[in-house]
Design a protein around this ligand. Structure first.
Ligand code: ADP
Length: 224
């Protein structure tokens, strides 16, 4: 069972690392942020209920995300493992997940991506996205080849709504206030937590560190 929980502040690279890990371990990537955005995109009741909070950078209610995660983890493709990205983010969510996993006899590994605050700010304010294919760029560390257009389809890059400065501030505040304490809570509860320094290394090097921590075979093609 490969049960991985990626933990870290906004901009710590959880999404990027989750994609590498899911390819390498062949388990699904379960991102609460992506699931919530999908509901908003579909314009269903849940999406309308969470849209305002998400756009302001605040967390949505525990009940909503707990139900989403519980339902998702019960799907057959998650039976052999999963990479959870963006959950848990509050003490209540941590306890909910602990109960869920303990109930199924699963021992998860929490990977904490530790990133310096100033690096996080630079990453989030410089982030640009292709509105058509979703590819992420950064004006400093990963600029597109051609003046603010996507390398893949030439579409003009945009700033994601929640990457605008006031929203970034709110997201980071929510992290400090509600999410950071979860780490100590998990450690005290005896969950396995591994800290990986993810401030300065390129994504590949961070992936290798994670693979070492997981003792997975980082030489395999799939892990590259
Ligand atoms: P990031 O980690 O960069 O902030 P995410 O895509 O993980 O981005 O999350 C985007 C937004 O979705 C959050 O700001 C929050 O509003 C909501 N969200 C995602 N996961 C959770 C969660 N576990 N609990 C509450 N809100 C969440």
């Amino acid at each position: 069972m490969k049960a991985i929980v990626l933990f870290g502040s906004p901009g710590s690279g959880k999404g990027t690392q989750a994609k590498v890990l899911t390819r390498c371990l062949k388990v699904p990537h379960i991102s609460t942020g992506d699931m919530l955005r999908e509901h908003i995109r579909q314009g269903d009741r849940l999406g309308s209920a969470v849209a305002a909070r998400m756009q302001s950078g605040a967390l949505v209610s525990d009940e909503v995300v707990e139900a989403l995660v519980e339902e998702r983890l019960a799907m057959p493709d998650a039976a052999g493992g999963f990479v959870l990205d963006g959950y848990p983010r509050t003490l209540a969510q941590a306890d909910h997940l602990g109960r869920l996993l303990d109930g199924r006899g699963i021992r998860e590994m929490v990977i904490y991506l530790a990133v310096d605050y100033n690096v996080v700010i630079a990453r989030l304010t410089g982030r640009r996205q292709c509105p058509r294919c979703g590819t992420l760029y950064n004006i400093v560390s990963k600029p597109p080849r051609d003046d603010m257009r996507c390398d893949l389809d030439g579409e003009k890059l945009v700033i994601r709504d929640d990457d605008r400065e006031p929203v970034i501030r709110e997201r980071l505040e929510a992290y400090e206030r509600q999410t950071r304490p979860v780490l100590e809570h998990l450690r005290l509860a005896g969950r396995r937590v591994v800290e990986v320094d993810a401030s300065n290394d390129p994504p590949d090097a961070v992936s290798r560190k994670i693979c070492q921590a997981l003792e997975c075979d980082d030489r395999s093609e799939n892990c590259r």
